[in-house]
Structure formats: C-alpha cells, structure tokens
Write a protein that binds this ligand. Structure first.
Ligand code: NDP
Length: 252
C-alpha cells in the first residue's frame, strides 16, 4: 500500500489522531519560539502544580511504549514490521524507564500541564504508529535498510550527547556547565539533532503517514527548544563558544 493509500484506508479515529498531531506540531512550532517549554533550565513559576522531572518523564513517555505495543500486538503484523517496531519500543523503553533514572537533578519540578499534554500526544502518536506500521504489507527493502542505518546514527548522536550532559554534574549538583566534545563542537543541542535524525530514520524505514508526521513533529518541538537553549547559554556564559550553532552544524 502506498503512503496515500495507507492514509485513506485508515480508521477515522486514526485519521483524526494524525490531524490532531499535525495541528499540535504546527502550534508548538510557532508558540515555542516565543514561550519556551517550562521545564529544565527554562522552568519558572506560574505554570500550576508540578511533579518531579524524573517521574514526569516516566509518566509522559510510558504511554508511547504502551500504546505502540498494544496496537502492534493486537494487529500482529509481518515479521519485518515487528523488527522495525522494535526500534520504536526499545527507544521508549529507554526513554521512559531508564533515562529518567540516569538524570542528575531529576527532583526539579516539571509542570503537570506539560506532562499531561505529552501524555495525550504520546498515547495518540504511539498508537497511530503501531497501527500504521502493522498495515504495511509490501515494504521497500532498500528504504527499510537505509532507515535503520539513519535511525542508528541518530541514536548514537543522541545517546553520546545526552551522556556528555549527564556527566557534567557531580553527585547532588543541579547547576549548568558548558558542554564540550563530540557534536557540541558544532551545535548547542546535538542531543536534539540526534533525536531528529533518529525519527527521520524511523520514518524512512516505516514509510507510513504516522511515522513521517512524528519526524516532522519532532522538528517542530525540538527546533524552538534548541533556539531557547542556545540563547540561554549565550546569556549565562560570557565565554560560550561563539562559532557554535544552535542545531544544524555550520548553518543554524
Ligand atoms: P536537555 O538537553 O535540556 O537536558 C538533558 C539532561 O541534561 C537533563 O537532565 C538536564 O538537566 C541536563 N543538562 C542539560 N544541559 C546541561 C548543562 N549544560 N549542564 C548540566 N546538565 C545539563 O534535554 P531535555 O531534558 O529537553 O530532553 C531529554 C532527552 O529527551 C533528549 O535526548 C531529547 O532529545 C529527548 N526529547 C525528545 C523529544 C521529542 O519530541 N521526540 C521532546 C523532548 C525531549 P535539567 O533537567 O536540570 O535541565
């Protein structure tokens, strides 16, 4: 089934979910350039009740894993789709249940509002991706191979960059330092760049509307945040490397 056929033959709930993801992504892209998402270094009062960042991450990301797993188990697709789906599941297994416990300073507050928005998004996105992947009957093997390689490259960049950040704090520290090494030589947010490359790879491999939309959504969400991080570094460190770009090496 082609990309367009997958969209047209999808259940109405799936189509409504993807329209919702597209609208949310477009709104987030514009708004987040003006109002940075209030967590981490951009946390500030006035956003209502909060929970610890660590548990916020668990609650936010677990629905992606559960939603995707539920749909792919119910639909029981071909073996290749299970393999590509495993990339999605392994990522969210890490992001929901391992990453939060590697964070230092995970006791910082995270507004419930941001957690709830992410829960809704992740339920819809996880389920839509599991559903869509299960309906692909005739994969283009070249794209599957290319997508897996691009996904692996993104994971490597994301994990290395996050590891650099996590190594900056000693026990009990919650402040910020200038990260160095790896792609930090070129950009302020290489972990976000890796995340974008990763989901682009998944979209190439899966070749479904839901996966393509998720890759675009990731750009819409992380590009403004990379902008805010870069600006924050420049305002808070007088010795911040001036040649470093925000997200895209040598360009932006
Ligand atoms: P950040 O880069 O803001 O922070 C990652 C971790 O490193 C946090 O624990 C943070 O602490 C710490 N940290 C960051 N910068 C420094 C510094 N200069 N000195 C010391 N510690 C630092 O990433 P996010 O928290 O926004 O995201 C975490 C992961 O989740 C990333 O891999 C990201 O790609 C992914 N993600 C994916 C999204 C998607 O749309 N697919 C959306 C959002 C995130 P603190 O929390 O105290 O700031």
């Amino acid at each position: 089934m082609s990309f367009i056929e997958l969209w047209h033959s999808g259940a109405p709930l799936y189509q409504a979910g993807l329209i919702g993801v597209a609208a949310f992504g477009a709104a987030a892209f514009v708004l987040l350039f003006f109002v940075s998402a209030p967590y981490g270094r951009h946390h500030r009062p006035g956003w209502g009740p909060a929970i610890s960042a660590r548990w916020g991450w668990v609650v936010m990301e677990a629905p992606s894993f559960i939603g995707f797993a539920a749909l792919i188990i119910v639909c029981n697709p071909a073996a290749w789709a299970w393999c590509v789906g495993a990339l999605f599941l392994l990522h969210y297994l890490y992001r929901a249940f391992i990453f939060p416990f590697r964070m230092k300073g995970g006791g910082k507050p995270k507004p419930l509002l941001t957690v709830l928005l992410a829960v809704v998004f992740n339920c819809v996105n996880g389920a839509a991706n599991g559903y869509d992947l299960s309906r692909v009957e005739d994969p283009v093997w070249g794209l599957v191979g290319l997508g897996v390689v691009v996904f692996a490259l993104g994971v490597a960049i994301n994990h290395h960059s996050d590891a650099v950040l996590l190594s900056l704090r000693g026990p009990g520290e919650t402040g910020y330092k200038i990260p160095h090494g790896g792609l930090y030589r070129l950009v302020s947010a290489p972990n976000y760049l890796g995340e974008i490359i990763q989901w682009t790879g998944f979209a190439i491999a899966a070749a479904t509307p839901a996966a393509a939309l998720f890759a675009v959504f990731t750009v819409c969400n992380l590009m403004p945040r990379a902008y805010s991080h870069h600006q924050w570094y420049q305002q808070n460190f007088s010795d911040y490397p001036s040649a470093r770009k925000r997200l895209i090496p040598w360009i932006w």
